[in-house]
Design a protein around this ligand. Structure first.
Ligand SMILES: Cc1cc2nc3c(=O)[nH]c(=O)nc-3n(C[C@H](O)[C@H](O)[C@H](O)COP(=O)(O)O)c2cc1C
Ligand SMILES: [Fe+2]
Ligand SMILES: [Fe+2]
Length: 401
């Protein structure tokens, strides 16, 4: 059978090759899959996660190729986001005896996601086990990978880890296993987009999660999106990649990137003058200047989120900043950027709202926004540029670098 993983594990999930955006913001250039697994024990059967509700009929067919719905005892929900919990209601209508197994936080969320008081829930904690007869499931709590409810499930006898979103990828090819990936370059590109969007705010938790599973003798990691990772395939390569992306060590050279947009080059001139000021104050510093429209947002987001401080420059267009700036601001990882120093500047013509708007947005994200905003009316004069340089010096002096 195409989707058999071990003698007791089957992937009954759904492929969604055509999706191009998941969760409003995550680009899915290579589609995705909603994996869901049947684990058959000698006494009991568990379903690990369900699939997105839009694909229920096909999903049901996949399950029934392996087992009748009546014979399933448990649905293990490692995480309850609707891409995984979406088919629970319909499955329960077909088999009201199903018991949902989830973490303490998962039990709370599920009540408000499914909205059925009669839901049968079994709460499991870190280290708890569930026997299926000759097969045993062990639960490993994995908070913030990527919701507070997240956990992993370890199928002891078959050495299979069900990791839900963790180590997954929005990537779709017709076969389940990593050894069948035909376009590894595309898979790795999707993996990076997926990691950045879902896990980069939780690097510390990623490292904790990896350390918790490091003593397991993994044969397979079955995530809920993308190919199953195998020990003879790319499993350990992907684990190393997650580790590398989650490395919390700071580079010895501080970085203070300056991001800007500029229609006629006015804000750009200010950006250059400010960077001169920062360099006057701090000798060993990287100050890359980015004209936002010339760069890929994911690269800029990476630079911003790993910076020691940063500045944003924007003209005012129609009483507003401009879309590329708001796009970049939407990539700020609010958790790890709390209290990060930042400042705004820009050229304007008559009303000049942009710097205030950006500052107030960043304050609401709990960044430490420099009180002074540096604004110039239309084209900066020599004096304006000198003032911009001193603004850069003042900002640099305020930093603890
Ligand atoms: C379509 C358009 C709309 C504008 N709207 C405003 C505005 O609402 N308020 C304002 O202060 N300036 C406005 N401006 C003027 C620009 O902010 C000004 O030209 C500025 O110097 C542009 O800086 P830049 O060369 O860095 O883009 C507008 C300019 C354009 C082209
Ligand atoms: Fe999720
Ligand atoms: Fe997911």
């Amino acid at each position: 059978m195409k989707n058999k993983i071990s003698d007791s594990v089957f992937n009954v999930g759904i492929l969604n090759p055509n999706i191009r955006i998941a969760d409003v913001v995550i680009k899915t250039n290579n589609g995705t899959s909603y994996n869901s697994y049947i684990v058959k024990g000698s006494d009991k059967t568990a379903l690990i996660e369900t699939a997105h509700k839009d694909f229920f009929q096909n999903y049901l067919q996949n399950i029934e190729e392996v087992i009748s719905i009546d014979e399933i005892d448990y649905i293990v929900m490692n995480h309850n986001e609707p891409d995984h919990s979406g088919s629970i209601s319909k499955l329960i209508e077909l088999n009201p005896n199903l018991t949902i197994v989830t973490s303490p936080a998962g039990a709370i969320y599920l009540k408000n996601i499914i909205n059925k008081p009669e839901l049968k829930i079994k709460v499991v904690k870190d280290g708890d086990c569930l026997s299926l007869g000759n097969k045993n499931l062990q639960f490993i709590s994995a908070p913030f990978l990527h919701w507070p409810d997240s956990m992993f499930t370890w199928l002891v006898e078959d050495k299979v880890l069900f990791s839900c979103d963790f180590l997954g990828c929005h990537y779709c090819e017709p076969y389940t296993m990593d050894i069948n990936i035909t376009n590894k370059e595309a898979y790795l590109a999707s993996l990076q987009v997926y990691y950045s969007a879902i896990f980069s705010p939780f690097k510390k938790y990623v490292l904790n999660g990896l350390s918790k599973i490091s003593n397991l003798e993994l044969s397979f990691v079955c995530p809920s999106h993308g190919p199953v990772l195998t020990k003879d395939g790319i499993l350990f390569e992907i684990i190393e990649q997650y580790k590398a992306w989650s490395d919390l060590q700071k580079s010895s050279t501080p970085s203070i990137p300056i991001f800007y947009c500029s229609a006629y080059g006015n804000t750009e001139l200010i950006a250059k003058a400010i960077s001169k000021g920062i360099k006057n104050q701090i000798s060993n510093v990287r100050i890359p200047l980015y004209n936002i429209v010339e760069h890929n947002t994911a690269d800029l987001a990476n630079e911003l989120n790993s910076s020691d401080a940063f500045l944003i420059g924007s003209p005012t267009i129609n009483k507003n900043s401009v879309t590329p700036i708001w796009n970049l601001l939407s990539t700020i990882d609010a958790i790890n950027n709390a209290k990060k120093p930042t400042a705004t500047f820009g050229s304007f013509g008559w009303s000049g709202e942009a710097t205030e708007q950006i500052s107030s947005y960043m304050s609401s994200m709990k960044l430490a926004v420099f009180e002074e905003k540096f604004k110039v009316c239309f084209v900066p004069t020599e004096q304006d540029l000198k003032n911009a340089t001193s603004f850069g010096e003042k900002f640099a002096q305020s930093l603890n670098i």
